[in-house]
Write a protein that binds this ligand. Structure first.
Ligand SMILES: *Cc1c(COP(=O)(O)O)cnc(C)c1O
Length: 418
């Protein structure tokens, strides 16, 4: 798909020019909606023509605390005036505090700071394999990691090797071996898949890209029990679900499970810089020795200063509280659309997967129409859209956005009837 096809729909000529230039010189690995953002604050963005939109995606939850959050910006500005990058060849004064504060927030001992989410996942795979060989005693080269179908863990060659999304995988082989896929939510299938070579189970506690798929009741508890019994590491990818989005610091808390490794990213960077982390206890993350893993930018002073501001904000509990309260409101309002163009709604905190009646059109079409109402949203796949506004959004703004969705669905319903 080309941006140009959408550009004709864009009302302002300035927007069309921007879209045309992006189309000519940007690799076409995305198919963005025809909006060109020039500024943002809180839950709102403004395009180059001065139109305002309510951001109901939050950069896939990387902007949980709102665009240009004052506290995050203040931390970043202060750090810009001190030191921004040292590499890990040397120490710096933000690293220790960041790791200590994040470890305490999450309830683990050690933090491995990286940059992107995919790097955190890759790091966890390496740690789990090394743990398997050195601690569990798996014969060298035989380690397997069990993943769930419908997963999304990132875009590297190894990670797409265990994706079941044809777009993510096709023509990118040969694929990295050592992964086994089981149905998400099926503890029996997981039990059958574990053998003496299994080193880890890697799961999103709530599958975000799959459409905000919530785990069946009791499932994550059974995963935890199986992993403990079989001496297998439970790795929770909380890159999208974590850091207040669901109304708790970590989505796992809703299900009373404590995994062996947490993967964090997205919101950890406060919407300013990419910051990710693997967080685990010493008996797991301690298998890494100097020279065995690293990153030029991982744990840099600017990232750590921003991450510290994020951890401090999470420490107050106010964002988790907001996500719970606003999420209840959003859930109620979305439920009222069921059988009025919506077939199902799944919510946890301020995070919703909304299944649109597929006879009305695609999720993409809904999002394209929402854009004209001033609402930015993104389909996950097929006829499902995800709503994840910044946690600073106001209650009446949510009602207004659901009203826009209702209007769009009403229009699409009358369009299919004529
Ligand atoms: C976004 C995401 C990733 C990958 O993060 P990047 O920063 O895009 O590499 C991994 N896991 C989950 C669950 C995600 O939502």
């Amino acid at each position: 798909m080309s941006l140009l096809s959408d550009a004709t729909a864009a009302s302002s000529p300035g927007v069309a020019d921007h879209l045309r230039q992006a189309d000519a010189h940007t690799a076409h690995n995305y198919d963005p909606l025809p909006v060109v953002i020039a500024a943002a604050e809180g839950a709102w963005v403004t395009d180059v023509a001065g139109n305002r939109y309510l951001d109901c995606l939050s950069a896939y939850s990387a902007v949980n605390f709102g665009h240009r959050n004052e506290r995050v910006l203040a931390a970043a500005r202060a750090q810009l005036d001190r030191v921004t990058l040292t590499s890990r060849a040397f120490g710096h004064d933000q690293l220790g505090p960041f790791c200590a504060e994040l470890a305490e927030l999450v309830g683990k001992q050690l933090v491995l700071p990286m940059n992107t989410g995919a790097e955190a996942v890759e790091s966890a795979i390496k740690v789990a394999r090394k743990w398997g060989y050195q601690v569990k005693g798996v014969p060298n080269g035989r380690a397997t990691i069990i993943v769930a179908d419908g997963n999304f863990h990132g875009r590297t060659t190894t990670i797409i090797s265990f994706s079941d999304d044809p777009d993510a995988r096709a023509d990118f082989g040969p694929y990295t071996p050592g992964f086994r896929t089981v149905p998400y939510g099926d503890a029996t299938a997981l039990a059958e898949a574990i053998d003496e070579h299994t080193v880890a189970v890697l799961l999103e506690p709530v599958q975000g890209e799959a459409g905000v798929i919530l785990p069946p009741l009791g499932y994550l508890g059974l995963v935890r029990e199986l992993c403990t019994r079989e001496n297998v590491l439970f790795i929770a990818d909380e890159i999208q679900s974590g850091l207040a989005r669901t109304g708790r610091t970590l989505a796992c808390e809703h299900y009373d499970v404590v995994p062996d490794m947490y993967l964090l990213g997205k919101a950890l960077g406060g919407g300013v810089v990419p910051v990710s982390a693997v967080v685990a206890d010493y008996d797991v993350l301690g298998v890494l020795r100097p020279g065995q893993h690293g990153s030029t930018f991982g744990g840099n002073p600017l990232a750590c200063a921003v991450g510290r501001a994020v951890v401090a904000m999470l420490g107050t509990g106010e964002y988790q509280h907001r996500a719970r309260q606003l999420g209840e409101h959003l859930h109620r309002e979305l439920d009222a659309l069921v059988s009025r163009g919506v077939t199902a709604v799944r919510c946890l905190g301020l995070w919703a997967g909304v299944d649109i009646d597929a006879t009305l059109g695609t999720g993409r079409e809904v999002c394209r129409r929402l854009l004209k109402h001033g609402v930015l949203a993104k389909e996950t796949h097929g006829a499902t859209i995800r709503l994840a506004p910044p946690l600073v959004v106001e209650r009446d703004e949510l009602s207004w956005a659901v009203g826009a969705l209702h209007a769009v669905l009403t229009d699409m319903t009358s369009a299919t009837r004529t």
